[in-house]
Ligand binder design. Sequence first.
Ligand code: NDP
Length: 493
Amino acid sequence: MQQRVTRSKTRAAKEATNGTSNGAANDTNGTTNGVANGVHKAGKHVEEGLLARLFNRTIMPIFLITICPNVVILLWYTAAHCQGSFMVLGDYFTRVGVIAGMTKIWSQVQIGSPLAVYTILGYSAFQILLQVSLPGPTAYGPITPKGNVPKYTDNGFRCYLVTCAALWIMTYFLKQRGLSPTVVYDHFGDFLATVTVIAFVLCWLLYFKGIFMPSTTDCGSSGNPLFDFYWGTELYPRVLGVDIKVFTNCRFGMTVWPILCQIFALKNYELYGFIDSAWVCCFLQMIYFTKFFWWEAGYMKTIDIMLDRAGFYICWGCMTWVPSLYASVSLYMAEHRIVLGPVISIALMVLGSFSIMVNYWADKQKQDVRATNGECLIWGKKPDIIRAKYTIGYDDLHRDPKESGETKESILLVSGYWGWARHFHYIPELILSLFWSLPGGFTNIMPYLYFLWLCILLTHRTFRDDEKCGKKYGKYWAEYRKRVPYKMIPGIF
Ligand code: NDP
């Protein structure tokens, strides 16, 4: 991590523990999420009410921390024991009751089974090795509210290719011995339960690390350990040079997901031979991952990285929620034999590929216009831009006068896709996920769960980002909103 503004780690740690100068103030990410200290209205910082604070900082975190691991296990159980039908699951709970039913379901998985533990830890070690050893150009994240500039090695695409190649080489050798990586599918409940616990432990370690040994000044405690565990105490934690969020989000979550897609498609093949739906679903997701890793340096400038601290929300989410909910379409497909035929298969693959290209182009327009300082062409024309000024410490809670007040300039693109709506690029992302869900047919809702989740996540994100950018850019963001009034769907929302 390269820091433009440096403070000694000891001081940052002290402040974090005391919760004094930064305590709440340090919680720049919490505030921008609208869940911490307050919200901005018409450029004014408004203190969060007591009830809202209790809800956002205690009730909601407790709810999510307790509910999410159960949802993860329920998804697996629905796929593995209820033919992917929530009706069958509902019948089960009606018969045995919710508490007894959940207890029985949890008793069917082995937390810490040797197979799961060795695979997860071995896979993590492999990913960390790739993360630190594969070469790549240097990429920088956006300057943080505390003036730090995170530095990365942009090797995500290489890591992804090596991981996929390793899977198929390993599959070849396992098959020679009568084994298969689909053992992961056969014991998927054990894997999910084990990774749930491992990710929990990691999040607690990160909580203490952020308090006692922060890597940068973008850290701090809110004074509420529960909220700090949920939201995190550090924005960019690093351990022995390993960036933890790159590991949890990209090298674990986003790499496990394609591995699972391929393993589940292979399971379908082992059960039924070639069935087009399983491979169309897998193909479209693989295109999505390939785009993701090709563009990974751009991901380092997104909300997940620049706003969300390394806590339960993002780290546990990426390590457990992604392999479960995000991979749930493929999980469902593994035991379903749905024949699409060549016309539908090709139509889905072509339209899905087009959607992801639109999403990529939109992301790229934003990146290009900033990388060239507005000296590029957007759809063949000079881009329409707003040169937006903002102040370091724009959360206006940054109290050290020596470190705050530096004014910076950034570009807001007002033409291209960014002139249609402020987050138009979410639409093709949603359409693609619908296309890879459609091979699941219309018998059950499970294959559409990820799509429905994404609708909620991305809609919520448009509000989060508006709030964050409103705070950061003030009148410049207001001007952008005036010129581009729609959040996501032009003319509608
Ligand atoms: P965005 O790409 O929407 O980036 C938001 C940031 O971009 C803002 O905070 C602001 O940051 C900057 N910005 C906003 N408007 C403009 C503009 N007009 N011109 C220039 N810069 C602007 O972030 P997301 O993280 O939401 O999405 C990134 C990608 O990830 C998308 O492709 C999205 O579809 C995908 N995604 C996928 C998810 C999934 O679970 N599958 C979840 C979320 C996203 P700054 O402070 O730098 O100005």
